[in-house]
Design a protein around this ligand. Sequence first.
Ligand code: GTP
Ligand code: MG
Length: 396
Amino acid sequence: MQIGVVGKPNVGKSTFFSACTLAKAEIAAYPFTTIEANRGVSYIRSRCPHVDKGVPCNPKNSRCEAGVRLVPVEIIDVAGLVPDAHAGRGLGNKFLDDLSAADALIHIVDSSGATDMEGNLGKPGDHDPVAEVAFLRDEMALWVRDIIKRDWHRISRQIDLEGQKVDKAMAERLSGIKVTERDVNAALRALSLDPMTSKWDDDDLLAISRKIRETSKPMVIVANKADIAPKDNIERLMALKGEIVVTASAEYELALHRADAAGLIRYLPGASSFQVLRPECLKPAQVKALETVKRYLDTYGSTGVEQSLEHVVFKLLDRITVYPVEDEHKWSDKDGNVLPDAHLVKRGSTARDLAFRVHTEIGEGFIRAINARTNRVMGADHVLEDGDVVKIVSHR
Ligand SMILES: Nc1nc2c(ncn2[C@@H]2O[C@H](COP(=O)(O)OP(=O)(O)OP(=O)(O)O)[C@@H](O)[C@H]2O)c(=O)[nH]1
Ligand SMILES: [Mg+2]
């Protein structure tokens, strides 16, 4: 699974990326600090079933810490987006193409309003962060539309004259940005367009593109720099209809990680508090900084970084965590590793879907599955539940 971090320049995308991946990325208070995309791994947390089994686990595709299974997701931090990026302005097309493989997006907004549309720094309250939301959605839709338009005459002829299915033809054109027939179909159903695609104008294509982006790359809004934001800005962002908005301070999350790595404090990502380990080692400036962060955590409950990722995976992408095993009694693979793999699958996935995910051949040879918690047999269409431990019986 890949999650793209997007937004206008200088809003804190690389700070957010560093805070959730612990990978190094250049961070600076001017636009276009990032040119080449940064890629790193972050971890999504679920309760590990080994706690219920009462035996230690031996994770292979993930990690486990104190009963919490950490499942990796790829995070990609790209260059800032400016108006008309789809037409190549700023680092335009290149930036957008870096997002091709993303399953979902995190839109970082400077909720303090200190940066203009091009990312130039002013004072908190100078600019309206709400404007960033519509602008980014427009640019993303225009990006998709331009890809469709490149070949539109040919595609539209194939549909109207040669009888090709419209969702199939459009999904083929957009496969490079991970758009499926189902995404196109959902977009078309939401709009009532002329059955003759040759009659569709630029606005129709833009409306479809907007919907396709919404289903194929759903987006959460992160109201970043909340630590210096006017209260009114946060309230207006939170009040946006139909949007998931998470308040965050990527800067504080990063600072807490660094203090934890230096052994000064104990902090778990996403936690609502931290513990000072060596008060005698702290300089007065550090004591003051930690007090400020503590006040923030008391107000908002967390820095918001971990929560943003959880919103994406569990709400936007509607994933559950399931654990395929080869021995339904020991919950292990053939080498005896207990609960080796955790998979984030879409809610509603069936036992057969999981079999295909483990391996195409196992999916093709599917006979039945066994719920290792209850020892009950699951048919191919049995819908999986969060935390299921599943043995798949296959011909292959
Ligand atoms: N107060 C505050 N400042 C932040 C926060 N997050 C980032 N910053 C600051 O904002 C500036 C820009 O941060 P970056 O992470 O480089 O921003 P970016 O969006 O990656 O910028 P580009 O790569 O240039 O598009 C830096 O000075 C950061 O320290 C935050 O949560 N609060
Ligand atoms: Mg950056």
